[in-house]
Design a protein around this ligand. Sequence first.
Ligand code: NAD
Length: 292
Amino acid sequence: MTSIAFIGLGHMGGPMAANLVKAGHVVQGFDLVPDLLETAAQKGVSPCASMEKAVEGCDLVITMLPAGHHVISVWSKLVPLVPAGTLLIDCSTIDIDSTKKAHELAKEHGCPSLDAPVSGGTSGAEAGTLTFMVGGEAKAFAAAEPILRVMGKRIIHCGDASMGQAAKICNNMILGVSMIAVSEAFVLAEKLGLSQQSLFDVAAVSSGQCWSLTTYCPVPGPVPTSPANRDYQPGFATALMLKDLLLSQNAAELSGANTPLGHQAAALYQRLNDDGSGNKDFSAIIEMIRKL
Ligand code: NAD
């Protein structure tokens, strides 16, 4: 049994904290939104009125926050409050610079730290089947693994500090680009008179095969569980895909990498988001491509 402080009990953090409780850990939770504290309390999380209270007496701190500036603000406050040696894990998806800054803050106070962003969405958070991409020292990873395994199915150590975040950003750039490629192929097929099912049947067993096609097909029919079958209710919202693509472009600029398709994908998702589809699933990009 570990005593865990969990900061950020939103769509992802709420169910992740609940799974830690289910596994027998003591979880002290904090979020700025009182309703979320109440929901977490119903799942066995001890609700705390402040972050200071949440980290009191804990062996380990997990943060699950919207963006880099939230993580830096929270870590700047919490790091001086916990004893040296307390393990700090950030599971948010944030920019590389903020990730490195968070690790530096932890190091200055003698705390081991990990960046451990996830994929798998809210359904994965609820089912405890997330994939964790982890950056940080091997010793910290070994200590964190049993805890992460409660919330996830695949726990991958990607390298030193910030490499988990790097893996997350690169993976989601592949996803954004591949969804556009699959959508363009369906739009071209429609113009050519090729049925959606025939394109699916061929590409799913040919070199065009990819997750965006076979698991998340952007047209209704071939994959009954994909968001296209429920009017593009997310799933993974366009606004979140845009966030991740912008993180990839920020990382590309800072590192000097050339990512022309990533750049174009970010521009197309920006347009979809600005057209008022931010809350729709990201596979709704096909609707915009059809109208271009
Ligand atoms: P969310 O907005 O639902 O939750 C974030 C929570 O952090 C909110 O409840 C907010 O009140 C809280 N918060 C913000 N500042 C705080 C502070 N100073 N102290 C305490 N709480 C604070 O977001 P989410 O969907 O849970 O996503 C969290 C992170 O996970 C994001 O970085 C997101 O990109 C990433 N992510 C989300 C998904 C998804 O499908 N939702 C999938 C993978 C990764």
